[in-house]
Each structure stands twice: as structure tokens, then as C-alpha cells.
Design a protein around this ligand. Structure first.
Ligand code: CUA
Length: 432
């Protein structure tokens, strides 16, 4: 009997320790999805508003809890208690009016910063230093684009993200590239059901609703002006510019995780994305590489490649050529996926695969192949491509690449063989 009860007690202790550890593990504020360690003015505003409500509710909790404890102890019934009932406060004007007044005051304390924050996050700042022409060297922009800020169209799909940069004619998927310190306008749309854009350390959350465009603005890191003001500096000399550049380098250039924040079906939890924050120069390089896209393997032009493929497909031997052939024909990949440069890979139902091999993850952030030093782990990348093509329905249950009204690879009359999947994966690894 004694043994049983001590066993029970240690089970309870064990459980409590694990619950406590579980709760404590949530205290790490330095994660890629933390709302506590913010990296931009929108998330910072949201954080400050959150803290106001935390303090107000903590105050209510402490005061009400203290009064409750005090009356419980002071007026609890003792043995043979003969005291009469204490005076009742019900209907006492001072108590009633006092409580109503205090409640209103507390609500106002929360409401004022709430309304301020709503205005702030809804008003896209008209910031001169964020105008494209101020920092993006591209000559192909129209005058209107030069004067405007960067716009990214975010489109939600079950279960991945398209990031369209309309001013440049560039579309990416699941990894958005953001220039540091610039105001960016997001246009949020959905192609199927309601999703929600949430990039915790930079901004959130706004819903993507079918049939309507929502808007928000984001900014990764402070602008030069805001940073100057925060440091009490007013001059614009080179030392200060260098210090600002150092701040971006040390604190802002990085990658952050986003997550769909509205339940949207089977694989909602696996609808992540990455935002990589880069310098203006790196952003310009990325745009130009995305526009350029990819050549056919071995330096062939696409015209040559398609001509040879039509006449003597057998001469295009080797894993890469064969992988591309499978990509274009038997695997039907190009029906749904586009690869910039390739004039016949123009699908829009699935993610654009331009520079796919330069992304650090696939399957909307779910299969990761980023090495610890920030480079791409090629072995893991190959495994991820292979796994994804082999069993996308396991990686992301319910997704359309597997079953899509007869168009999915899970619906092929003869499924792709392991050898074919290997070749397609090797071809995909050349898209960098
Ligand atoms: Cu998309 Cu949840």
C-alpha cells in the first residue's frame, strides 16, 4: 500500500516537472517565430500594444485576487461562529459607481493604444527613402514604379505561398526576399480558402480572403531615419551611415519563419514560409537572377534542346537531360510549374520553381536543407526533393501535386519509378 502511494506521488511529481519544463521551454524568445524579439516597426508596435494589455490584465488579476484572498481569510466561518453577516456592498453607490468607473478607465487605457496601433499598421508610410528609385538600381522600372515603394503580392494556396513582385515581373514561392529597412506594401489574396499571413518577428496577421485583396505593410529592421532618431543622432555623415549598415548587418540580415495563421485544411500546420532579409545589392542580384531564369543543360539554348528532344531524344543522355525530359513529359511537372527561361515550363497551378535549388527549404518551408553555416546541404536537398516527389501525400496530406482531378503524380497510370525520381531530383538540383 505504502509503495503504491509513493509510486503515485512520484508519478505526479514527474508529470508536474515535465509540465513545468514544457512551459519554460516556451520562454525562449529568440526563435525565428518569436513575437517577443521583434525585427521591425510593425511587429514592435504590436508587441508594445500586447504588453499594455498584459500589464492591465496583470493589474486586474493581482487586485481582484488580493481582495478575494483577503475576504476569504478574514470572513471565513470558524467553529461556533456567532458573528452576524458583515455589511453587504450590493446597491452601495460608491462601490457600484467605483467599479464601473474603474472598468471604463482600464478599457480606455487599453483602447487608446489599440486605436493608435490600428491606424499605424493600416497606414502605409509614404517614406521617400523607401521609394524604389532610391535604392534599386534597375533601369527597367517605369517612372511610377521608381517613385513607389516595393509591392509584393502574396497569394495563398492550399498549402503554399506565391510571392509575386509585380514591379519586376518576378514570382517566387515559399521564400520571400525582403530588402532590409524598406517599407514594403503587401497585397494579400487567396486562390482557394482563407489563409492568414503571419511573419511573427516582422508583422502579422492579416487574412488572405478569396475574392478580395487585403493590404498591409511590413518593414524588416528600422529605416535609416528611424534608426537615427532612436540613437539621438541628426547628422547624415558617413560614420553614421556606416554604423547603420553595421546594425543591419548584425541584427537584421537573416531569415525568419512565417506561418499560415488561419486553419485552412489538412496541411494548414505545414503551410510555412521563409523570409530572407538582405541588403539592397543582394536584392537587386536576386531579382536579376530570377528574371534571367535558367538555360537548358550543358549550355544549350532552349530552341536547340527542344529541337534535339523532338528529333533524337536518345542523344540527350545523362541524368540531367533525362531528368528534364521527365520533368517536361512523363512527370507532367511543367503542366503546373514554371521555370523562368524555359519557354515551355509555364504552369501556374503550382509554385514557380525558378532558382528552386537556391532555396533553403521546399514544401512550403517544411523540408529543410539549410546547413548550420547557412549554406545549402546538397545531400539533404537531394533527399528532400526525392522524398517530396516520391510521397508528397505523406509530406503534405491532401495536396494537389499528388491528386488533382487526374493531373497529380499519384494518378499516373504507371507511377514514377525510383530511378526516374532520382533523375528529376538531380535535374531540380541544377536550378540554382
Ligand atoms: Cu493556409 Cu492555414
Amino acid at each position: 500500500m505504502k509503495n503504491a502511494s509513493s509510486g503515485f506521488r512520484s508519478l505526479i511529481t514527474f508529470t508536474l516537472v515535465w509540465i513545468a519544463l514544457g512551459l519554460l521551454s516556451a520562454c525562449n524568445t529568440n526563435t525565428r517565430m518569436s513575437t517577443f524579439d521583434t525585427k521591425g516597426p510593425v511587429a514592435q508596435t504590436q508587441y508594445e500594444l500586447f504588453m499594455v494589455t498584459v500589464w492591465v490584465t496583470a493589474f486586474i488579476f493581482v487586485v481582484v485576487g488580493a481582495v478575494f484572498l483577503w475576504v476569504t481569510i478574514k470572513f471565513r466561518e470558524t467553529k461556533h461562529d456567532t458573528r452576524p453577516l458583515p455589511a453587504q456592498g450590493h446597491g452601495n453607490p460608491l462601490v457600484e459607481v467605483g467599479l464601473i468607473g474603474a472598468s471604463i478607465l482600464l478599457l480606455v487605457i487599453v483602447a487608446v493604444p489599440t486605436v493608435q496601433a490600428i491606424w499605424y499598421t493600416h497606414d502605409i508610410p509614404n517614406s521617400a527613402e523607401s521609394a524604389l528609385g532610391q535604392w534599386y538600381p534597375g533601369e527597367e522600372l517605369t517612372q511610377a514604379d521608381t517613385d513607389d515603394i516595393l509591392t509584393i503580392r502574396v497569394e495563398g494556396y492550399q498549402w503554399w505561398w506565391a510571392f509575386d513582385y509585380p514591379q519586376f515581373g518576378v514570382t517566387s514561392a515559399n521564400e520571400m526576399i525582403l530588402p532590409a529597412g524598406k517599407v514594403i506594401r503587401l497585397e494579400l489574396r487567396s486562390k482557394d480558402v482563407i489563409h492568414s499571413f503571419w511573419l511573427p518577428r516582422i508583422a502579422g496577421k492579416v487574412d488572405l480572403i478569396p475574392g478580395r485583396a487585403n493590404q498591409m505593410w511590413i518593414q524588416a529592421g528600422d529605416s535609416f531615419q528611424a534608426w537615427q532618431e532612436a540613437h539621438g543622432a541628426t547628422s547624415d555623415d558617413e560614420t553614421l551611415r556606416a554604423a547603420y549598415a553595421q546594425y543591419l548587418e548584425d541584427e537584421i540580415y537573416n531569415y525568419y519563419y512565417g506561418q499560415c495563421a488561419e486553419y485552412c485544411g489538412d496541411s494548414h500546420a505545414r503551410m510555412l514560409f521563409r523570409a530572407t532579409v538582405v541588403s539592397d545589392a543582394d536584392f537587386a542580384t536576386w531579382i536579376s537572377e530570377m528574371k534571367q531564369g535558367h538555360d537548358a543543360p550543358e549550355g544549350l539554348s532552349w530552341e536547340q534542346w527542344y529541337a534535339i528532344n523532338a528529333e533524337e531524344p536518345g542523344t540527350l543522355s545523362g541524368d540531367i537531360h533525362e531528368g528534364l525530359q521527365l520533368f517536361m513529359t512523363r512527370g507532367k511537372c511543367a503542366t503546373c510549374h514554371a521555370v523562368n527561361g524555359n519557354p515551355r515550363a509555364l504552369g501556374i497551378a503550382g509554385p514557380n520553381l525558378t532558382k528552386l535549388a537556391s532555396r533553403h527549404s521546399i514544401a512550403a518551408g517544411w523540408l529543410n536543407h539549410r546547413a548550420a553555416d547557412g549554406s545549402i546541404d546538397l545531400e539533404q536537398q537531394y533527399k528532400n526533393f526525392y522524398k517530396w516527389i516520391k510521397e508528397p501525400d505523406i509530406v503534405k496530406p491532401g495536396n494537389l501535386m499528388w491528386k488533382a482531378n487526374g493531373g497529380g503524380i499519384g494518378e499516373l497510370d504507371t507511377p514514377l519509378s525510383d530511378e526516374e525520381i532520382r533523375k528529376i531530383s538531380l535535374y531540380l538540383q541544377t536550378l540554382k
